[in-house]
Design a protein around this ligand. Structure first.
Ligand SMILES: C[S@@+](CC[C@H](N)C(=O)[O-])C[C@H]1O[C@@H](n2cnc3c(N)ncnc32)[C@H](O)[C@@H]1O
Length: 272
């Protein structure tokens, strides 16, 4: 089994030591992650629980700290340094294991999981169909799932304002390439995708568009980390590009701050 290795995974790994910074926790992504975690209800009968794209293990540690003794958790992530933080954070819990792997190749036996959750990782898969097949392979019959990931309209304010600038500094090929790094599903496309491997009557998809307001500094901290554009801009042009992009974001400011709208898809799989 091979885990994915690409610019996104390398970037998460390289910047893993900043992931749990307070500024990230306070950012729109920190808030949206907390909302997702708070909405998850682990049912008594779940024994084997899988966190896909577990990152630094925040959710794993939270759920493990209140879990009954029979429950076991596995966290999977392809970024080595994110895994190291997750291992450190969950060291006190003997029922948590963190493994190298990815959606495209899940390092678990067939039908070995009662419940899978995943928070803001699935849009990074390199192969949507193979990933959904992998998810359905590891889930037991009658198992349940909650997957939170970003959809096609995500961050549209930023995209509209900054695309001309990125086009200027990156050229069309590199820009297209970086946009393709993230999968951008609509709600309908996500339903069609998951229905290929699961009974459609067990799937429902909740869609939300939540706008978060922040300062330029607040947004910049996470934005430079996660956007494929930034990792693909030639280093010699980076400074000039950053300055123009920051001006463009400032021009979006409203009295509450600079808006960023997270388009979230929440795929729920429930028993019939
Ligand atoms: C935004 S972080 C989310 C981490 C964690 N779930 C959280 O809520 O804090 C995205 C995570 O997805 C991981 N990732 C990237 N590509 C992946 C893939 N193909 N399969 C699984 N995880 C992936 C990254 O390494 C990173 O840890």
């Amino acid at each position: 089994m091979h885990s994915v290795s690409n610019l996104i995974v390398e970037t998460y790994s390289r910047l893993a030591d900043q992931y749990d910074d307070q500024s990230n926790d306070r950012s729109c992504w920190g808030q949206a992650t907390q909302k997702a975690i708070a909405s998850i209800r682990l049912q008594e009968e779940y024994r084997d629980v899988l966190d896909m794209g577990c990152g630094t293990g925040k959710a794993l540690a939270y759920f493990a700290s209140t879990a009954p003794p029979h429950r076991r958790f596995v966290g999977v992530d392809p970024a080595v340094n994110m895994r190291l933080y997750a291992q450190e954070r969950t060291r006190a819990f003997s029922n948590v294991e963190v493994r190298d792997g990815c959606f495209e190749s899940i390092p678990l036996d067939a039908q070995s999981v009662d419940y899978l959750y995943s928070i803001f990782a699935f849009h990074w898969t390199t192969d949507l169909e193979a990933s959904v097949r992998e998810i359905s392979r590891v889930l037991r019959k009658g198992s349940e799932m909650d997957m939170f990931f970003i959809g096609r309209d995500n961050g549209r304010e930023f995209i509209q304002k900054t695309t001309p600038i990125f086009l200027k500094y990156m050229g069309p090929a590199l820009l297209l390439n970086s946009a393709r790094m993230r999968k951008q599903l609509t709600k309908d496309a996500a339903f069609r995708l998951f229905s290929k491997s699961f009974d459609g009557s067990r799937i429902s998809i909740e869609e939300s568009h939540d706008t978060y307001y922040d300062t330029l500094e607040g947004h910049w901290g996470w934005w430079v980390r996660i956007e494929g554009h930034f990792v693909q801009i030639p280093p010699a042009k980076k400074q000039a590009c950053n300055a123009e992009v920051q001006q463009a974001l400032l021009s979006l400011a409203e009295p509450e701050g600079i808006p960023y709208t997270i388009h979230q898809l929440h795929v729920r799989l429930r028993r019939a």
